[in-house]
Design a protein around this ligand. Sequence first.
Ligand code: AMP
Ligand code: MG
Length: 315
Amino acid sequence: MAFPTETVYGLGANALDEVAVHKIFKAKGRPADNPLIVHCYNSLQIASLVKPYSSRVQALMDRFWPGPLSLILPKTSRVPAVVSGGLDTVAVRVPNHPLALQLLQLATIPVAAPSANVSGKPSPTRAEHVWRDLAGKIAAVLDGGSTGWGLESTVIDCTCWPHRLLRPGGVTLEQLQAVTEVAVDPGVYSDIFEKPRSPGMKYQHYAPDARVELVVGDHIQSTVKQLIQEKSKIYKRIGVMAVSEHVHAYLNVSVLDMGSQHDMRAIASSIYHLLRTADELELEYVIVEGLPETEMGMAIMNRLRKAAAYRIIIS
Ligand code: AMP
Ligand code: MG
């Protein structure tokens, strides 16, 4: 069953039941080596799933749970190998959403839950998105309206020191570094690495059907205008994902308003919906305005680079 969390909708199954967890991989078409995050009601429930952890890890739990932070820790034998993609570690978190917490409390079992989308598509931030992707393949979706953050949780690897940020999300690097030492994995910025620490890093994510290109640098608006001119010779249906302050600058294209550049949370919660809207409008080519990489901008740009399959134009 799919359910809302404060990040995106998750597709949940009993994390201790191998057969149930297999069904998640099947419904999503998710590669078997891409491990799932286990959601619990509180840190007490997590104690039997992971080996004893340090006071530094405890400090992260105390500061950020319930909330959008997943911690990778060495797992116990209680967690089936299918959940962790065969790794000896498991990602755990306590979500901060009233429906998710109620569900976890009633279920009394840890729930393995990846994002409730078809693998490779943008993560679902509304119940309709889940249904469009998975109707007929899952039992139900618990409709909690739009999710708050709109981006998946921050993932950090706590099996190494300093801890390592593998996926930026709602809890920012700046917030983490105020509590403990955290280094940034190169996979956050690029897909050029030999062996990813997080299996999910090697798969294409968040991609609509259109060709997406991301424009970064100091002359974004003029470069986007130039691209529109050039590419209109090739594509009939062009879209631009722009901040609200720039939406009137682009003519003869479908402009998708990401939200104000002064409200990065609003932008974070709109980008997956807009990437899906690009598909509904049958856009062939989408130009996305880049954003500053600080705080929430780090997570947003990480997802946009992936949506663009790392086609990045420096202006
Ligand atoms: P999703 O469930 O779709 O939000 O994706 C979960 C992300 O966390 C994927 O990128 C996984 O590869 C990553 N992940 C989950 N468990 C682990 C783990 N034990 N070690 C490394 N990465 C993990
Ligand atoms: Mg996902």
